[in-house]
Write a protein that binds this ligand. Structure first.
Ligand code: PBE
Length: 300
């Protein structure tokens, strides 16, 4: 019964406006017919985890865009956001979500990024590798491999789709098996080690989990004993800066984690991008008739 609800409302609202314009409005009107799509969404962005870099970027967008005046974001988890997205699409209702790529959300649902004329969400980002100071001296073998590790966005995306049915460990192992030539370039001339422990910190999202699992498989092939520790972005930077963890392949630069990067700059080593072409933004189902953040309406 909720199918096409917002579309119908849009049509009714349009009719009602033309009736009013023609001087034929019924007395008293009907508040329901004037419900805007933004009002129907209760002026709420469906967000993700409170600790995500993107959660802060959304806060900046909420304060910078006039069209988002009076809006709020609802925070919970990526899983809850995807459930709400799925539910809204089932009922063809409007929804605005925190979106990013690489992620399987763009493959699973027909959604589109909203244009961001103010550039709050930045341009293309790189997922970057950072290492604690001293890693190069203490573990030159791991340092060399992590420094060389760089792969393609398309590989991340196809792995993320596969990981919906298998574990990240399995998909990472398969990727390494199928890409031995690339792995051989990263490990060329690097001596094997004998069980040296190394700890990678990462954030809890899928692309980061996948990338760090690939690094784990390769470092284990080299003889390391690898621990992966998922934490919030702030803890990730802190752990690398204070040397309690060895490296991370999870920071998003230059926008999403740019402030954390600046806060700890000089206290870690930047080994460069491990994948290019990442992006964050706000997205809506493709059936919604808006293209830009500026097409949303402020709460009166
Ligand atoms: N995210 C999007 C991470 C990085 C970019 C949710 C995967 C974050 O917001 O911190």
């Amino acid at each position: 019964m909720f199918n096409n609800k917002w579309k119908k409302l849009g049509v009714i609202a349009g009719l009602s406006l033309s009736l009013i314009a023609a001087g034929c409005g019924t007395s008293g009107g009907d508040a329901q017919t004037e419900t805007s799509v933004s009002e129907e969404m209760e002026y709420t962005i469906t967000g993700i985890e409170p600790g995500a870099g993107q959660t802060e970027t959304n806060e900046i967008a909420l304060s910078e865009y006039d069209s988002l005046a009076g809006w709020q974001q609802e925070l919970s988890s990526t899983g809850a956001m995807l459930t709400e997205l799925d539910d809204a699409i089932d009922k063809e209702e409007p929804i605005v979500i925190s979106a990013w790529s690489p992620h399987y959300m763009f493959a699973n649902w027909d959604i589109k990024y909203l244009e961001d004329p103010k550039g709050i969400y930045g341009e293309e980002e790189s997922i970057t590798t950072i290492a604690r100071k001293g890693l190069k001296e203490d573990m030159p073998e791991a340092h060399t491999i992590l420094d060389r590790f760089e792969w393609e966005l398309a590989d991340v995306e196809s792995g993320l789709l596969e990981a919906q049915e298998k574990s990240f460990e399995e998909v990472a192992q398969e990727w390494v098996n199928e890409n031995q030539e690339t792995v051989a370039e990263w490990t060329e001339g690097v001596d094997p080690v004998d069980g040296t422990p190394i700890e990678l910190v990462l954030t809890p999202w899928d692309a980061e989990t996948f990338t760090n699992n690939i690094a784990k498989v390769i470092l284990e092939q080299q003889g390391y004993s690898v621990t992966l520790t998922p934490v919030d972005p702030a803890v990730m930077f802190e752990a690398i800066a204070d040397g309690s963890a060895d490296a991370s392949l999870a920071p998003w630069m230059p926008s999403t984690h740019g402030e954390l990067y600046a806060e700890y700059e000089g206290q870690f080593e930047d080994l460069g991008p491990n994948v290019d072409g990442a992006k964050i933004g706000l997205a809506v189902p493709a059936y919604m008739d808006i293209d830009s953040i500026e097409d949303l309406e402020p709460k009166e």
